[in-house]
Design a protein around this ligand. Structure first.
Ligand code: NAD
Length: 359
């Protein structure tokens, strides 16, 4: 089986789907790897580290399986031959994904987002590995935009109180944000509509904000709130947000626009110099005043909406993602050849073009 690693072409994408360490591990399992020249440069990995790991430098598009980070462009799809497998983020829940194009081209697509979130598949869970990067980086961004210290400081020139940080939406990114805010010395509080998260929040030393709403949905995700719940949440959050120096939002509902948690009035209620980092910009944002991809100042509050934060940490982002990708490839291998068994719920879940292919 030959695995191809292209150079990512989408703007700002610095990650690469396989790093040399994982390439040599795959080669040890009987897989051959071909890497496009320059594929690792965004993550500061030169070609010669790939060749030292046993890969060839060449055309990745004619391999048996092409592994990518960002969804493929139409041009990239045109370079992949029918019957080839493609693994990467494919945006299956996004209306403008290119899955129909993959189907039409006879490409068997595996979406990293569609891997079931069961214990056995944790090693392949790229949403989680990359959400950890986002949660961590969101806090660093907030700290650097803030006009205040995060830790409590006791100095000869006076004492500074610790920053108060509220994280709205405590999935993987939110939990990492809480832990990172704590490590920086901030006072962290977490809120989510899934009450089961309260213990996880407390386990990283943060406080749990209880608004009495339970909207746990399917598969460990949240459901959309009813009108009444939304109004109750909005009132309670508007009041709570006033007391925080930093608000980090990560709330998502699968397949739906991001819930609006921070209203314009809530921003207006914050002290000037406070910061909102909105990680939900790609689906419209959790803050009413968010401008996706921009940093804006409204009512004296800095509102940042960084897009694709994992790409801003390409070294560790790629390292973790590579492990997710190689674990999925290994699951598809039988005696060194690709032979995915679709009675396995992980492969059946991840493969997003199979129905059409079998039809
Ligand atoms: P996500 O990115 O889909 O959403 C982020 C958070 O936003 C979620 O915690 C969600 O409950 C919250 N949210 C949605 N609407 C909200 C609202 N109106 N107000 C406040 N918060 C709101 O979540 P995720 O990080 O992908 O995690 C989703 C689930 O998957 C979690 O239960 C997580 O523990 C689970 N998970 C399981 C595995 C595994 O077992 N393999 C791995 C990772 C995550």
């Amino acid at each position: 089986c030959l695995v191809g690693v292209p150079r990512e072409s989408s703007a700002g994408e610095r990650r690469v789907a396989l790093v040399p360490k994982i390439v040599s591990a795959l080669i040890g399992k009987g897989v051959d790897v071909v890497v496009e020249s320059g594929a690792g440069l965004g993550a500061l990995i030169p070609d010669d580290l790939y060749t030292a790991a046993g890969a060839k430098i060449g055309d990745p598009w004619s391999a048996d399986v092409v592994v990518k980070v960002a969804p493929p462009s139409t041009d990239e799809i045109s370079r992949i031959s029918a019957g080839t497998r493609l693994i990467g983020f494919l945006n299956p829940r996004n209306a403008d994904n290119r899955i129909a194009e993959l189907e039409a081209a006879g490409i068997e697509g595996y979406a990293m987002e569609a891997i079931p979130r069961i214990s056995r598949a944790q090693v392949m869970d790229a949403l989680s590995s990359q959400a950890n990067v986002s949660g961590y980086k969101a806090v660093l961004l907030a700290a650097s935009e803030s006009t205040r210290f995060f830790p409590m400081l006791t100095t000869a020139a006076g004492t500074v109180k610790p920053a108060t940080v509220l994280v709205l939406g405590v999935g993987v990114a939110g939990l990492q944000a809480l832990a990172t805010a704590k490590r920086l010395g901030g006072r962290a509080t977490g809120y989510d509509v899934r009450p089961e998260v309260a213990d996880q929040v407390r386990s990283v030393g943060a406080q749990w904000l209880d608004l009495g709403i339970d909207a746990a949905g399917e598969g460990g995700y949240a459901r959309e709130l009813t009108e009444d719940e939304r109004a109750k949440q909005q009132r309670a959050l508007e009041e709570a947000i006033k007391g925080f120096d930093v608000v980090i939002t990560t709330a998502l509902v699968p397949g739906r626009p991001a819930p609006r948690l921070v209203t314009a009035a809530a921003v207006e209620g914050m002290k000037p110099g406070s910061v909102v980092v909105d990680l939900a910009g790609e689906t419209g944002g959790n803050c009413e005043l968010t401008e996706p991809g921009q940093t804006v100042v409204k009512h004296g509050v800095t509102i940042c909406s960084p897009l694709n934060l994992p790409a801003s940490m390409p070294e560790h982002g790629s390292e973790l993602y590579s492990k997710n990708i190689s674990a999925l490839i290994e699951l598809m291998l039988v005696d060194g050849a690709l032979a995915p068994d679709f009675s396995d719920e992980v492969l059946a879940g991840a493969c997003v073009t199979r129905e059409e292919k079998g039809a």
